[in-house]
Structure formats: structure tokens, C-alpha cells
Design a protein around this ligand. Structure first.
Ligand code: PSZ
Length: 289
């Protein structure tokens, strides 16, 4: 037992074992809601403001009203983090459309959303960040609003499982031969010194880590094109990497059992990792409070 853990349910911080979610919560019945995963390094949140903004944007896209202001929600999360004494870990946060008897359409008497959050310790996956990992190509069978960070993750889960069963870390997905993203990450290919990533659209999640990479490329004058690229281009790329809150920037050194480039993490990827590390250190030194 690692000590007591608290969770947030709407306005209340309660011990995890006393937390109760109604059986007819729409998050539970329909996956009718959205979520965020926020990284915590040395007790400090990384990119908390960006995650809050995306949460509220996604809520608006599906007409969920979050009954707190962004700043009061931030305070609640920071309080939870302190109470649970998290060092390296994550905050998981989800908002559902709340409790109503089971019918697909939105409840008539608009009940308020259900917000829950918990924290967990999670060490950085330094081995894979340094040495790279493998991926499997999988068809993207998800819906057409992948820009929404929906609780509905069946498409991603089936893709990830296919990769996992093949011994790969991530499923890199494609629609008709165009690479979209990873099952739980954004995907990048380095071709002749240019970094390619699927443009922001309804077909990918606009990842927070991806946004940092775009920013770093601007700051460092590294050519990056937010442009579609094919599976063929991916397979022939000099370097491939994925990016997410927990994977950070992870080199992909093997795709479907075939080495990417020389089979080792590439120089462009490593340079980005260094700049991303600097952003992490900056967040630790200048935390949001
Ligand atoms: O812990 C985990 O396994 C996590 S934490 C965040 C993710 C996985 N994935 C987020 C994600 C995603 O699910 C899809 C489909 N595309 C891109 C991403 C990356 O988004 P950020 O960078 O915001 O985490």
C-alpha cells in the first residue's frame, strides 16, 4: 500500500475508496465526455494551461458545460497534486455529461457535468526515449472527430492492442495510405532534413507535445511541414518519432519489424529531445501555482 490517495469529484476531494460515480453517469454508459492527461515532473505540472485550454475547447465542441472556471479547476488540480504528494506522475481528468436516465440525446433538464480527477505516480520512460521503440502500421478505423479528446477510445484501443500483440509499442495509423497519428500519440517523419506531421484537422488530436515540437522547430529554425505524408514515405523516412504527454519524444526505430533509417534514434530526433528537455526543466523551475 503506497499510502492514501485522494481523488476529485466535482467540488470534493475524497479518499479514493469512498469515491462514488452514479451507475447512470453518461461517461460510464456512453463514453459521453472528454479527458486530459497532464504530466507532473518533480511535483510540478507541465503545460497545465495548454491542457486546460484544450479541455474547455473540447467541452464546447460537444456542448458540455464545465461548471467551474479554468482558474478554479487549476487550483483544485494543484491542491489534489499536493495532497497526494506526487513527484513524477500524471493527473488524469475527465468531464462527462453527467447523470441521466439512459437515452442517447442530451438530457432535457440539463444536469451538470461530472468532473473527476486522480493522480498517479509514473516514472519517465527513459529507456525508450533514449533507445527508441517499435511500431506497427494499423488502419485508422476511428470516427471523424479525432480532434476531440473523447472518452470513447475503442478505435485507439483496438489499434494499440494489435501493435501490442505484435510486440510493438505503438500503432501508427493510416487512412487510405495517409499517416494520421499514433493510437495515443502524434507521429512525425524526418525526410531529407524536413520534419513532417499530419496537419491539424478533424483527423488527429492536436497534441500538446506536438505543439511544443512545432514551437521548438520555429525557435530553432528546423524545417517542419504540417503536411500529409504517405505510409510509403514513413517506411522510407530517415527518422520517425512519436510524441505524447507520457511518451514525450520517443524515437521509432522499427516499423513492422523493419529498421527505420539505420535503426538507431536519429540526430534530428535527438536534437528535439534536448530542446524538449529544456522546456521540462523550465517548467520545473518556473511552475504554475
Ligand atoms: O499515458 C499515456 O499513455 C498517454 S498520455 C497522453 C496520451 C497517452 N495520448 C494523447 C494523444 C492521443 O491519444 C492521440 C490519439 N493523439 C495524440 C496524443 C498526444 O497528445 P498530448 O501530446 O496532448 O498528450
Amino acid at each position: 500500500m503506497v499510502g492514501m490517495s485522494y481523488v476529485l469529484i466535482n467540488n470534493e476531494v475524497v479518499e479514493r475508496e469512498f469515491a462514488k460515480i452514479d451507475i447512470e453517469d453518461r461517461g460510464n454508459q456512453f463514453g459521453d465526455g472528454i479527458y486530459e492527461v497532464i504530466r507532473v515532473y518533480e511535483g510540478k505540472c507541465f503545460a497545465l494551461n495548454e491542457h486546460m485550454e484544450r479541455l474547455y475547447e473540447c467541452a464546447e465542441k460537444i456542448n458540455i458545460h464545465i461548471p467551474f472556471s479554468s482558474s478554479s479547476l487549476k487550483e483544485k488540480l494543484l491542491h489534489l497534486l499536493q495532497k497526494n504528494e506526487i513527484q513524477d506522475g500524471i493527473i488524469y481528468l475527465q468531464v462527462s455529461r453527467g447523470v441521466a436516465s439512459r437515452q442517447h440525446h442530451f438530457p432535457q433538464d440539463e444536469k451538470s457535468a461530472t468532473l473527476i480527477a486522480y493522480t498517479s505516480e509514473k516514472t519517465r520512460p527513459l529507456e525508450q526515449i533514449q533507445n527508441g521503440a517499435s511500431a506497427k502500421i494499423v488502419e485508422d478505423i476511428r470516427w471523424l472527430r479525432c480532434d476531440i479528446k473523447s472518452l470513447n477510445l475503442l478505435g485507439s484501443i483496438l489499434a494499440k492492442q494489435e501493435a501490442h500483440a505484435a510486440g510493438a509499442l505503438e500503432a501508427i495509423m493510416h487512412r487510405d495510405g495517409t499517416v494520421t497519428e499514433g493510437s495515443s500519440s502524434n507521429c512525425f517523419a524526418v525526410i531529407d532534413g524536413v520534419i513532417y506531421s499530419h496537419p491539424v484537422s478533424n483527423l488527429i488530436l492536436n497534441g500538446i507535445t506536438r505543439r511544443y515540437i512545432v514551437e521548438i522547430c520555429k525557435e530553432q529554425n528546423v524545417p517542419l511541414k504540417e503536411q500529409e505524408f504517405t505510409l510509403d514515405a514513413l517506411r522510407k523516412a530517415d527518422e520517425v518519432f512519436i510524441a505524447s504527454t507520457t511518451a514525450e519524444i520517443t524515437p521509432i526505430t522499427q516499423i513492422d519489424g523493419v529498421e527505420v533509417g539505420n535503426g538507431l534514434p536519429g540526430l534530428v530526433t535527438k536534437a528535439l529531445q534536448e530542446h524538449f528537455e529544456a522546456k521540462i526543466q523550465d517548467a520545473i523551475l518556473n511552475p504554475i501555482s
